[in-house]
Design a protein around this ligand. Sequence first.
Ligand SMILES: C[S@@+](CC[C@H](N)C(=O)[O-])C[C@H]1O[C@@H](n2cnc3c(N)ncnc32)[C@H](O)[C@@H]1O
Length: 264
Amino acid sequence: MPRLRRLVSRGQSRGQPARGTSAHSDAGGRQPPRTPNGTPLPPPRLRMGGSHFRSDADFLAGALSDLAELRQWCNLGPGSSLLDWGCGAGRLAIGIREEFGRIGDYHGVDVQQRLIGWADRNLSGPGFRFTKVDDTHVHYNPGGAATRTLPVAPGSVDVFYAYSVFSHLAGADTIGYLGALAQALRDNGRGWFTLFVEEGVADEVENPPDYGPLDWTVPLHCVRYSRSWFEAQLAAAGLAVVTFSHGAYTDGQSRYVVRRALPD
Ligand SMILES: C[S@@+](CC[C@H](N)C(=O)[O-])C[C@H]1O[C@@H](n2cnc3c(N)ncnc32)[C@H](O)[C@@H]1O
């Protein structure tokens, strides 16, 4: 981590241009901070994940660490097509740009225009695209439509990634999107995502009191599922668990890697 911190600030002071991107200053005319390879980083107010990704170094380190897991567990490589569902301002895209330069197709999708707008202006280019969707979310996009669909062709995605998205969705939405994500995957595709799951709790609780490190203050701030209920929904969507890691991600979220459950 200290090495990363040095690298990030050195990249900032050098002010290198991002590969394949033009420089975009903020409303005050300031140039954004950049990674060592010159990719712009979003301003802190556009970074999701609370304090965890506030600093430049933590933001980049988180992306690189997730990318290492996608390589290990989901066979992500330079030719892959990846759906980053709930991409925010493109944290993972920045890690991919840093590590690979580009991949076959990175597609970031989110409901928040301010985040997608920044990502599109600063990170789009060959191999990188962003789509704003208008799905409803009581906190992130009130007034949108309840579609529970994805802007991707069936069977077109090698890997889907969804960091801390199901952690803010009601159960009925989670069921709908699991089905859509399963359909989006190629036969040998894999999914990687985090959410709050525990053993021996009620199937679904919004903002559970005395759970986790925070006071959950806004609607759908934390949705916790029972592990058995959630894994039953995975199976119903046609997804099988490849590996599970409990509690080690943001604010105590767990991480799943899944694949399509194909008939033998
Ligand atoms: C906690 S943030 C995580 C952002 C990003 N994955 C990251 O790790 O930096 C959750 C994101 O999911 C997005 N989101 C919530 N519901 C969504 C939906 N139905 N479709 C697409 N994005 C959604 C929110 O707008 C928000 O950017």
